[in-house]
Design a binder for this molecule. Structure first.
Ligand code: BES
Ligand code: MN
Ligand code: ZN
Length: 481
């Protein structure tokens, strides 16, 4: 893990790389004028020749010359930067700073709220790699990220950013893990030592049956690897609120008997990203010691087409007694979430949030980078939207119109697990709503943003850990009262 430390004034520091911010039209940010001045006049000419103007996303790296830093990176921030812009700039920097042991920066001195937190989290996330299955891993050389002239307040903010980044990293690692290496039993084992102060309870297949988790049992029926349901309890003294987090944990989604195409299966190890987000968020919330009680629930199973698999036409009885006709075994996420949400609602939390790679339809609606948000409560929807905004995760509210309920009417049961062809993300959310009783509830469909097809700023290709930062920001909002 990279160490984040406070450093001296820029003129007294040293090391492999110095990174300073530059705004649009080459307006110097903190430290940049000093660095450019020390380097000499050639720097401006060099910027002209490579067309470096300070636009966001641009970085110009030059040799450090007579400076005590081997190289200097001028990091473009554009016209107006917010904390997410700064996080992205730090991520871009992290991707090119992999050959030096120490990176020193003044990026956190940019005058916006949460600057040090954004810089720390962006840098750590940008350094992320998933190398454990390579025979020749090429780890980054960076050992230290030095915040020049940082005081206690900034160091504390950076510590906060690194705790959140660690939660995101855990989620990314779990998502990137091959499906054969993360069966439910292994996922439950990982849950056991998530963080100090978190109590973990694991339901095995017997307990799952005893607790009447019919949705989870139905999906798990075709799999040889047994299902698990993990419950996390984080109970600080004097909590300000009680938050329940439910994450879809399909460790591999083949579609079941309603089998996916080979191409459709390629990324389906990602289908436990909701559970991964809950793991990461619970870990971060506990490490931050936020005064909010959290119940995390992750139903974990494969969705496989074995000889004992559930069939289209089967009817399941979920935890709350409601029945679901399974017409498409590939619409399995809503089945396991039905039980998870019902379990959560029984505990009467102030707010339930579920996170799930639920529908391809949500990707059709919002594209690959924006999550769909559904809620039965306007105030909760606003709270989570605002948290997402602060955290730098994009969410867009989608409707839950009452007159669409009939689209999931079944001929034989209380509802069916498919809807009409249109509005597939809404159909799925309409079903989930049946399992939250009277609790304020927010559903995040992260089918798109859970996975990145390309690297960009602090995002690397593969699992993104999407959702962790929003969930932590929600807990912070609830903690603030
Ligand atoms: N896990 C998928 C949703 C998904 C698809 C996530 C692509 C990420 C990328 C989910 O279980 C699923 O298969 N949903 C079906 C529902 C349909 C059968 C009603 C879908 O979206 O096609
Ligand atoms: Mn599916
Ligand atoms: Zn799925």
């Amino acid at each position: 893990m990279i160490e984040i430390v406070a450093g001296p004034h820029i003129a007294d520091g040293e090391g492999g790389l110095l990174a300073v911010p530059v705004f649009a039209d080459r307006t110097w940010g903190p430290g940049a004028e000093w660095a450019a001045g020390e380097l000499g006049e050639w720097v401006e000419g060099h910027f002209d020749s490579v067309d470096f103007t300070g636009k966001s996303g641009q970085v110009a790296v030059v040799p450090g010359g007579s400076l005590a830093y081997s190289q200097v990176a001028f990091v473009g921030l554009g016209d107006e930067v917010d904390s997410e812009g700064l996080r992205q700039a730090a991520g871009t920097l992290a991707k090119l700073a992999t050959m030096v042991e120490s990176v020193a920066t003044t990026l956190h001195q940019v005058d916006i709220d949460d600057a040090a937190e954004a810089v720390a989290s962006g840098f750590l996330l940008g350094q992320y790699r998933f190398d454990k299955y390579r025979s020749e891993p090429k780890p980054s050389a960076v050992e230290r990220f030095v915040l020049l002239d940082a005081g206690d307040v900034e160091l504390e903010a950076a510590r906060h950013g690194s705790i959140v980044a660690r939660g995101v990293t855990l989620a990314r690692d779990l998502v990137n893990e091959p499906p054969v290496s993360k069966p439910p039993v292994e996922m439950a084992r990982i849950a056991a030592d998530l963080a100090e102060g978190v109590r973990v309870e694991v339901f095995d297949e017997e307990r799952i049956a005893e607790e009447r988790l019919g949705g989870l049992m139905g999906v798990a029926a075709g799999a040889t690897n047994p299902a698990r349901l993990v419950q996390f309890w984080y109970e600080p003294e004097q909590p300000k609120a009680f938050l329940a987090l439910v994450g879809k944990g399909i460790v591999f989604d083949s579609g079941g008997l309603s089998l996916k195409t080979p191409a459709g299966m390629e990324t389906m190890k990602t289908d436990m990203s909701g559970a991964a987000a809950v793991y990461g968020a619970v870990q971060a919330i506990a490490e931050l010691g936020l005064p909010v009680s959290v119940l995390g629930i992750t139903p974990l199973t494969e969705n496989m087409p074995g000889g004992s698999a559930q069939r289209p036409g089967d009817v399941l009885t979920a935890r709350n007694g409601k029945t679901i006709e399974v017409l498409n075994t590939d619409a399995e996420g809503r089945l396991v979430l039905a039980d998870g949400l019902a379990l959560a609602a029984e505990q009467e939390p102030d707010l339930i949030i579920d996170v799930a790679t639920l529908t391809g339809a949500c990707m059709v609606a919002l594209g690959p980078k924006i999550g769909g948000l559904f809620s039965n409560d306007d105030e909760s929807a606003e709270l989570v939207l605002a948290a997402g905004k602060r955290a730098g995760e994009r969410l867009w509210r989608m409707p839950l119109p009452d007159d669409y309920r009939k689209h999931i009417d079944s001929d034989v049961a209380d509802m069916k697990n498919t809807g009409i062809r249109w509005g597939g993300a809404i159909n799925a959310a309409m079903l989930l709503k049946e399992f939250v009783a009277d609790r304020p509830w927010v559903h995040l469909d992260i089918a798109g943003p859970a996975r990145a097809s390309d690297a960009e700023h602090y995002v690397v290709k593969g699992g993104t850990g999407f959702g962790v930062r929003t969930l932590v920001a929600v807990a912070e909002a609830l903690a603030a009262g």
